[in-house]
Design a protein around this ligand. Structure first.
Ligand code: GAL
Length: 284
């Protein structure tokens, strides 16, 4: 059934508490959409990855702080950004990938992995590393129809966007499959598939300030990617890409753009950021 959300607001849960799932992603399990994202300390360091669930995408029930500062010594003082959870059908495990930094600056440029047997359980931290020795900042994940898992992250001081195929259990990196826009300086990737076409949606690199989002398409993840083309207005309606959620309805599949209006743009803490969700349309 149609529901209406108020864009540019802090969403609240049924208890009136703000929903902190900034830079997040969604995974669907049964009838529930589970939304994971950043929930930070006042100084913007990592506090939690928090998980919420919903059946209608409007009413979000808090479930658990699935990763915390206590999950691993490495997380006591850290930054964990853009956490994304994927479900591995062959292992039955949920695997989280995120961007990991030391809590002071962006010099580590690592990817972090955590796993859980249940979608909103306590995730076990598996550590952080540079994928195949490449710097790795803004990050997303994607599961293809054949069950192969992919991770996309900003490499080489954010100048390149790397597409990696993951190992069968999704907890490691198997190979670099593509670097389609070298020097493009694109961040905030979201990868999705529609009618056999892959779409990569990205932002430019202007920190917390919103900018022109762009997308590219291909029918093959490993090659044949188009150039990046503009989408939306010059600031993505004052937001930055976090995720694109395919919503399978009875008649058609819709694609929901989930963006962050970062409070950093007005010198606020990340937890005061707002959400901007928009329908994506496809002209042909
Ligand atoms: C953005 C990035 C965000 C966050 C921010 C910090 O470019 O997309 O995830 O890292 O910079 O300034």
């Amino acid at each position: 059934a149609p529901v209406t959300i108020a864009n540019g607001t802090q969403f609240t849960d049924p208890n009136g508490e703000p929903v902190h799932a900034h830079g997040g992603g969604v995974v669907k399990v049964g009838e529930y959409y589970y939304w994971f994202g950043e929930n930070r300390n006042d100084d913007n360091t990592f506090r939690y990855v928090s998980a919420y669930r919903s059946t209608d995408l409007k009413n979000w029930e808090f479930r658990n702080h699935v990763l915390t500062q206590e999950s691993d010594p490495e997380l006591a003082t850290a930054n964990i950004e853009r956490p994304k959870v994927m479900y591995n059908e062959s292992t039955g495990q949920f695997v989280m990938w995120a961007h990991k930094e030391n809590g002071q600056d962006y010099s580590e440029a690592r990817a972090a992995v955590a796993v859980s047997d249940t979608v909103d359980g306590d995730y076990a931290y598996r550590g952080s590393f540079r994928p195949l020795d490449h710097m790795s900042r803004d990050i997303t994940v994607f599961v293809d129809d054949d069950g192969a898992g992919y991770m996309v992250s900003a490499a080489r001081e954010n100048y390149d966007l790397h597409l990696y195929r993951l190992t069968e259990d999704y907890t490691g990196v198997a190979e670099l499959v593509a670097n389609p826009w070298p020097g493009g300086h694109r961040e905030a990737p979201a990868l999705f598939k529609r009618d056999g076409v892959y779409f990569m949606l990205t932002s430019g690199a202007t920190g917390w300030d919103p900018n022109q989002q762009q997308y590219a398409t291909s029918t093959d993840l490993a090659g044949g990617w188009s150039e990046m083309r503009d989408v939306g207005d010059a600031t993505a309606y004052d937001s930055q890409t976090a995720w694109v959620l395919p919503i399978q309805g009875t008649d058609e599949t819709a694609y929901l753009y989930m963006g962050d209006r970062w409070a950093g743009a007005w010198d606020g803490p990340v937890n005061e950021s707002r959400y901007v969700w928009l329908p994506l349309t496809f002209p042909d």
